[in-house]
Ligand binder design. Structure first.
Ligand SMILES: [Zn+2]
Length: 180
């Protein structure tokens, strides 16, 4: 049996059904599932948290390993709905960094065997990701990829706000012209 749908198109009841019966789906993929919880636009915050918590009842051990495999997804999911201060965020990344080291030593994996992992090192001393091990292609490897996207989103929002304002002003001038 296959899911036949992308994870980030599922609704809440489909998530629960698929997680519960995950062994029956040939195309089930735990990382894909967890990533989609952040990305799926059909879900509101509360539902994201419910799906995450339900997935944790089965896949929590696998999820913990994502601190190494995909720290961005791990961070986003563990801090869902929390209002983090900069200091909180820093603390969360510090814990991820420590847990990465634990995972590596528990598995007796020597760093040199992790060819496709590298440590984040952007050159900014106060960067919260400093020393975080990143697998290539999973975000964070490019310097501040998500800060960059956040900024872009912010700019796009402001831009559309400005355009609306400009349009309003334009119409106002036209109306004023008609009135006179
Ligand atoms: Zn950095």
């Amino acid at each position: 049996m296959t899911i036949g749908k992308k994870f980030n198109q599922l609704d809440k009841s489909e998530y629960f059904l698929i997680i519960e019966n995950y062994k029956q789906y040939k195309d089930f993929n735990t990382l894909g599932l967890y990533r989609s919880i952040c990305e799926n636009e059909n879900l509101d915050l509360e539902t994201r948290m419910e799906v995450r918590d339900f997935a944790h009842t089965i896949f929590k051990k696998t999820f913990n390993f994502y601190q190494l495999k995909d720290p961005k997804t791990y961070f986003e999911l563990t801090t869902l709905g929390m209002n983090l201060t900069v200091a909180d965020e820093r603390q969360a990344w510090k814990e991820i960094r420590e847990n990465q080291e634990k995972i590596l030593s528990d598995k007796k994996i020597k760093h040199r065997n992790f060819g496709d992992y590298s440590k984040h090192n952007c050159g900014y001393d106060n960067c919260p990701y400093n020393g975080i091990m990143i697998k290539q292609g999973t975000g964070l490897s490019e310097n501040h990829m998500w800060f960059e996207t956040d900024k872009k989103k912010e700019n796009a929002k402001n831009k559309s706000k400005n355009q609306k304002k400009q349009r309003r002003e334009k119409y106002k001038i036209i109306r004023d012209d008609l009135d006179n």
